[in-house]
Design a protein around this ligand. Structure first.
Ligand code: NAP
Length: 345
């Protein structure tokens, strides 16, 4: 039996000794499959929003150029690991082979699955790009990928369309963490509330704060505000630019009678919103940075610079039960399900 490292270090080509995520290049030759790997026939890549936004900008919005950038990255790195944002995304495909050491897993060849580990650490080979869907940040491809023994995945539910499930699973960590950290009666601000993860977070925040709480959703565009209004949730919508930190402070002061938020959740897809998130939050409160565009330096020095004593959480993409919690939102909230179906299904 040929076993690779459970964390996939056996596929790291450069530099030696690091884990697959920070590696520059992975081995994406799948002609030899290790006995503790799962081979996937890939159908859709769901590119992380911060990454797709950067690639779209670099490609001047041209789908053919977006495809070229993706092909080049994967050819160079053996994985879809955006060299600018450092982020990846996740994928959907069908299981093509299961290594002999993983035969006891409750999966079979042919099962449709979504990987729940980042594309930035998943060995991937793209044979062909079939379509780039700019509006959903999903890319249809022909290719293969490998999941390591430690790699988590979800079998796709039969009651939700595949593209919809993929979109939700991509950001599953955000609503699941929200569910865990919101307390009854809390005031919660979701910066980027009109986006894909933002709406899921708003649902969980409203559910967990209860009738004594307050939930504010900040989005940039009128369309984002409209999505919040259509969510059926008791959210206070706020439209504006989260990069304007003082504006954010004044608006949140106004909406909370000066008390500010117990918890601010940052799910934007652009940089420079750290200070606005910090200012929106009361002393001893929590800021949860799920956004991949977050700068540790800007957050740490920003809070220090204005003398704010906060707990700042890094948005771990994984938390126990995250896939179940995120998919359940769409079963609990039919308004949100319709909104998501219109965009993704
Ligand atoms: P999305 O659907 O594109 O939503 C982004 C949101 O940010 C939208 O509501 C958008 O508002 C808002 N926004 C953009 N610029 C803004 C500004 N200047 N002021 C206020 N709001 C602004 O993104 P997503 O898919 O939910 O992803 C959100 C973030 O999570 C991304 O950074 C992504 O990379 C990250 N992510 C993290 C993990 C992890 O493991 N931590 C996993 C997956 C994704 P409008 O729509 O109104 O313009």
């Amino acid at each position: 039996m040929t076993l690779g490292c459970p964390y996939g270090t056996h596929r790291v080509l450069e530099p030696k000794g690091v884990f697959p995520q920070p590696a520059l290049r992975l081995n994406n030759d799948f002609s030899i499959l290790y006995d503790n790997e799962i081979l996937i026939e890939v159908e859709i890549l769901n590119i992380d929003s911060a990454s797709f936004t950067q690639i779209k900008h670099q490609a001047d919005g041209d789908p053919a150029k977006i495809a070229d950038i993706l092909l080049k990255t994967v050819a160079q790195r053996g994985k879809q690991h955006n060299p600018v944002t450092g982020s990846g995304g996740m994928l959907v495909g069908k299981i093509k082979a299961i290594g002999s050491a993983l035969q006891q897993r409750p999966i079979q060849v042919g099962d449709p699955i979504a990987t729940l580990v980042s594309l930035s650490l998943t060995p991937l080979r793209i044979d062909d790009i079939i379509a780039v869907h700019k509006e959903t940040e999903q890319v249809e491809i022909r290719g293969e990928a490998v999941l390591f023994e430690s790699g988590i995945y979800a079998k796709l539910p039969s009651d939700l369309p595949q593209k919809l499930a993929l979109a939700v699973l991509d950001v599953a960590g955000a609503p699941a963490q929200t569910a865990k950290i919101v307390k009854p009666g809390d005031t919660v601000v979701v910066i980027g509330g009109g986006g894909k993860s933002g709406l899921l977070c708003l649902h969980e925040a409203c559910k967990r704060t209860g009738v004594t709480g307050k939930v504010i959703g900040l989005s940039h565009s009128a369309a984002g505000i409209e999505r919040m209004k259509k969510s059926g949730l008791p959210v206070i919508p706020l439209q504006g630019d989260a990069r304007d930190a003082l504006w954010v402070l004044h608006q949140i002061e106004r909406l909370t009678e000066g008390r500010l938020a117990d918890l601010t959740i940052n799910v934007v897809n652009i940089p420079q919103t750290e200070l606005g998130s910090i200012l929106a939050t009361k002393n001893r409160g929590i800021v949860y940075f799920f956004s991949m565009a977050t700068s540790f330096t800007a957050a740490a020095l920003g809070a220090e610079g204005i003398g704010k004593d906060l707990t700042m959480l890094v948005g771990n993409g994984y938390t126990e039960g995250h896939a179940e919690i995120a998919l359940e939102v769409l079963r609990e909230n039919l308004h949100l399900r319709q909104l998501y179906e219109r965009t993704y299904a």
